[in-house]
Design a protein around this ligand. Structure first.
Ligand SMILES: [Zn+2]
Length: 122
């Protein structure tokens, strides 16, 4: 995959597939971070969350695993297509650190919520 910093083929396809804004792909040649666009990440994240939710409801009504299976395959196809065709966007280490901070705050508050509901819910 072409690196947006140095325009060389320095990024393995698998790194791009797993690249997130907080955990970007790194170029093997210039070691600079890049990720797919936030629109792509938004569809792959929150949008597919609702697709899974809908599929889970459909699975319940049809008493079949097919809707969830189809949603999973569609998600995999979407990620595979964006890995192949969506361009990588150059990011900086500052941006990565900022996104990572948000990510850890989010995970931290999620864990806190689970712990608190465990303490007070019992
Ligand atoms: Zn590069």
């Amino acid at each position: 995959m072409i690196c947006p910093h140095c325009n060389e083929d320095g990024i393995p396809a698998l790194s791009k597939f797993f690249a997130r804004t907080a955990f970007p792909a790194r170029c093997a040649l210039c070691n600079k971070p890049s990720s797919t666009s936030s629109l792509v990440r938004w569809i792959s994240g929150p949008v597919f969350y609702f697709v899974y939710l809908g599929a889970a409801i459909a699975s319940f009504f049809y008493r079949s695993w097919w809707p969830i299976l189809i949603a999973g395959v569609a998600h995999l196809l979407f990620d595979a297509c964006t890995t192949k065709w969506a361009p990588l966007i150059a990011t900086t280490d500052d941006q990565v650190n900022q996104k990572r901070k948000y990510f850890y705050v989010f995970i931290g508050s999620l864990i806190l919520l689970v712990v608190l509901s465990g303490v007070f819910g019992a």
